[in-house]
Unconditional design. Structure first.
Length: 755
């Protein structure tokens, strides 16, 4: 961006209103590739002694440019930078004696050091945590200078093989990952920076936990039930003679609904930090459900601190109440109802600062239109707006911890991981959509037994109302796979069995037949024990021309394999899976066809095992987080690939599947065809009708019908129907039409060959 001559207005803070002032906008910025910004003049050669102490207010800005914050500096022309400095001024009118000011950071990637008017306030490590400082003591009348030094430390390289890479940073999919930029990673101030004004009593944190005492009767998700819980408020008083303070709180139905619980309490005027616990009971509360099972009842909590001269501080948050528990294996119960996860892995954008509530709403709608009820943020924590959207949209969140595959094995690493989780929990504890903590994405065995185990223990102690899960696994199917307890993300079957027995790990597996190995149909060779829950499966496909144009020259139809590889494509596997490809246009078409066929087959194969033993599956992956060629079913521009529409059809909550549809059949033969029916609803269905229609290449049709008295929810139902295949060879279409009393007709479509 154009540099030092760009004017930056000083932010003016009005202490009457609003109480929070956002410092978003242009900041002065200066790269520090040699790490000299903190040096004193005596540490520099005389030739550069005039360029010391960049945090001092009087430091000249003629060598500084401008940068927008929030915003990744990588996306603003500073890819690969390790250290950068930000400067921003703001002004205050005359202050009252009781005024307090806090400087808050929503998120900085990765390490941050902060100065105000040349005084060092402190430091923070990690991209995902909120942090801040009490700055009242250091504020000047008039203009104040805020300086932030951000460091993006070295970690493992994306250009190198991931085997043996032990990560040191908790960046997850924002760091080394197969679906992002292998050469540079986001860094800088990615979240809002604000100054908050309060009276002498200030709210530091609010936490709420509640659980239903009863569950709604079956088939009545709207029924009200009693809920009890606790509100915990951390607050501070300042001053030698803190004035008397009253704490008022209330819980009301979201959107201006009726107050369902409230109270107030007097606080002794004692300076310092304290915590207040407030028990509550709601006699008739609506519960939170996913969109396919019931309503998304939400409640707004308001906490207000009042003093003689008015309101000193206030906080609001939105929450919901639901009960989570496990049955056998991965039988997750949501408010007592078996919940089958139909999900996809998700990372919104490499530049999290670019994500808004509106963009998250659009993605949530794409999820729901694809009949997905679960979002799996892949090895990262999204912005707060994402989780609020999931709360409102009825999307359950399977939340990864931010580390991908192998990490450090030291005790320091384990302790650091627990600190990072505490910051995640502080941000997400009130969101009812967040249901599962997953602490390892293909971790090494050593990681599983150390930091994953430490995280599970921490989560069970601090957040017992959610599911704490050790991790998901890549169990080796090939003797050539490198299996090592420290350096590899592959586990042997014997290692998986040992961890299952020792820790009570619930199998959560990844499987990629038809992409990394074998044919699409080879998924049926996997052991039944691997299908209890499948959190990754898929294959790569090129996006459409609009997405490709962001990084490819489309004036030629030649395939530029190196350029595709730089954007995450796997040329060796593409050449193997799509033989005899001669043009880019053909590669787009063939890869999308293959991905669509693979995902349709795998989704239906896995869902046909519902309840015996399967309880969920997550497509890998939903969208591209930058212009790329990956496993996504939606491009970076959010243009769907062909597979998106197959996923939508195969993920319908109630659906009929033709088992074995990828095999060619002999023309003119009567055959018994196998079908599976699934019902992911809360209640059995009655008076059903399954119609099978086969259309031949010449337009002739065969049809047959099966009647279904009652269709339950616990397991897939199996049916065999005798059908007559067309006498004319070629490409045929089989359509299923399934309906039940009072419901809509659901269709499914198969293209198959007859010889």
């Amino acid at each position: 961006m154009d540099n030092s001559q760009t004017p930056i207005e000083t932010a003016i803070i009005d202490i009457s209103a609003p109480w929070v002032v956002d410092l978003s906008g242009l900041w002065h910025f200066r790269p520090d590739p040699k790490g000299l910004g903190e040096h004193y003049p005596e540490q520099l050669h005389y030739s550069h002694a005039d360029d010391a102490r960049w945090m001092e207010p009087e430091h000249p800005i003629d060598r500084w440019s401008t940068l927008r914050a929030p915003g990744s500096w990588t996306a603003q022309g500073h890819a690969g930078l390790k250290i950068g400095w930000y400067r921003r001024s703001f002004s205050l009118p005359p202050r009252q004696a009781s005024s307090r000011y806090r400087l808050d950071f929503e998120g900085v990637d990765y390490n941050a050091d902060v100065w105000l008017n040349g005084r060092y306030l402190g430091s923070h490590e990690g991209y995902l945590g909120r942090f801040g400082f009490d700055i009242g003591e250091w504020l000047d009348e008039g203009e104040n200078m805020l300086v932030v030094r951000v460091e993006a430390p070295d970690d493992v390289l994306g250009e190198e093989s991931e085997f043996g890479q032990l990560k040191t940073l908790f960046k997850g999919a924002l760091g080394r990952w197969d679906m992002n930029d292998p050469e540079s990673k986001p860094a800088g101030i990615w979240g809002k920076v604000t100054v908050r004004h309060t009276g002498s009593a200030r709210i530091e944190a609010v936490r709420i936990a509640g659980e239903p005492l009863d569950l709604p009767p079956r088939g009545q998700p709207d029924a009200r039930v009693p809920v009890q819980g606790v509100v915990e408020v951390a607050l501070t008083h300042t001053g030698e003679a803190a004035p008397p303070t009253r704490l008022r709180w209330s819980l009301a139905a979201a959107g201006g609904g009726a107050v369902v619980a409230s109270g107030e309490t007097a606080l002794a005027p004692i300076a310092g930090e304290r915590r207040v616990s407030l028990d509550f009971r709601i006699e008739a509360a609506g519960l939170w459900w996913t969109w396919d099972l019931g309503p998304q009842n939400l409640y707004e909590l308001s906490v207000v601190l009042e003093q003689e001269d008015g309101v000193s501080d206030e906080a609001r948050l939105t929450t919901g109440f639901r009960k989570l528990e496990f049955g056998e294996g991965w039988d997750l119960r949501l408010n007592g109802v078996s919940f089958f996860q139909r999900g996809a892995n998700y990372l919104s954008d490499l530049d999290l600062s670019s994500m808004t509530a509106a963009r998250y709403e659009r993605d949530a709608e794409l999820f729901r239109q694809a009949n997905l009820n679960t979002v799996h943020p892949f090895c990262l924590m999204e912005r707060d707006e994402f989780y609020r959207v999931c709360d409102r949209s009825g999307l359950l969140v399977y939340q990864d911890f931010p580390i991908w595959t192998t990490g450090g094995i030291t005790s320091d690493f384990a302790r650091a991981s627990v600190r990072q989780f505490d910051e995640m929990l502080d941000r997400l504890q009130a969101n009812p959509s967040v249901a599962i903590w997953n602490f390892g994405s293909q971790p090494s065995v050593a990681n599983f037994e150390k930091h994953c185990s430490a995280l599970v223990e921490r989560a069970r102690a601090r957040d017992p109302q959610r599911i704490a899960h050790y991790g998901n696994a890549a169990i080796s199917y090939d003797p050539a796979d490198r299996v090592h307890p420290v350096e590899s993300f592959f586990w042997s079957e014997s290692q998986a069995t040992r961890l299952e027995a020792k820790y009570g790990w619930r199998r959560d597996c990844h499987m990629y037949p038809g992409w990394y190995f074998g044919a699409i149909e080879d998924i049926d060779k996997a052991p039944e024990s691997h299908f209890g829950f499948v959190s990754e499966f898929g294959g790569q496909a090129l996006p459409g021309a609009d997405d490709l144009a962001a990084f490819l020259d489309l004036s030629t139809d030649t395939i530029n394999w190196p350029a595709l590889a730089r954007r995450c494509a796997q040329p060796v596997l593409m050449r193997r899976n799509f033989r005899d490809i001669e043009s880019l246009r053909e590669l787009i078409e063939r890869s999308q066809d293959h991905q669509a066929r693979l995902l349709k087959h795998h989704i239906e194969f896995i869902r046909s095992k519902k309840g015996d033993p399967c309880h969920g599956l997550h497509v890998f992956a939903f969208n591209d987080c930058w212009p790329a060629v990956t496993w996504s079913i939606v491009g970076y521009s959010r243009t769907p690939k062909k597979a998106y529409f197959e996923v939508r059809q195969s993920m319908a909550p109630v659906q009929a599947f033709w088992n074995g549809w990828t095999r060619e059949r002999a023309a003119g033969q009567p055959v018994l065809l196998d079908f599976s029916l699934v019902n992911d609803g809360a209640e059995p269905l009655h008076d059903g009708r399954l119609e099978i229609i086969i259309e031949a290449p010449d337009g002739s049709q065969f049809s047959t019908v099966a009647t279904i008295d009652t269709f339950g929810t616990q397991a897939a139902a199996k049916y065999q129907l005798e059908c007559l295949l067309p006498e004319v060879g070629g490409e045929c279409v089989l359509t299923t039409r399934l309906n039940f009393a009072g419901g809509e007709t659901v269709t499914n479509r198969y293209v198959f060959g007859v010889t």
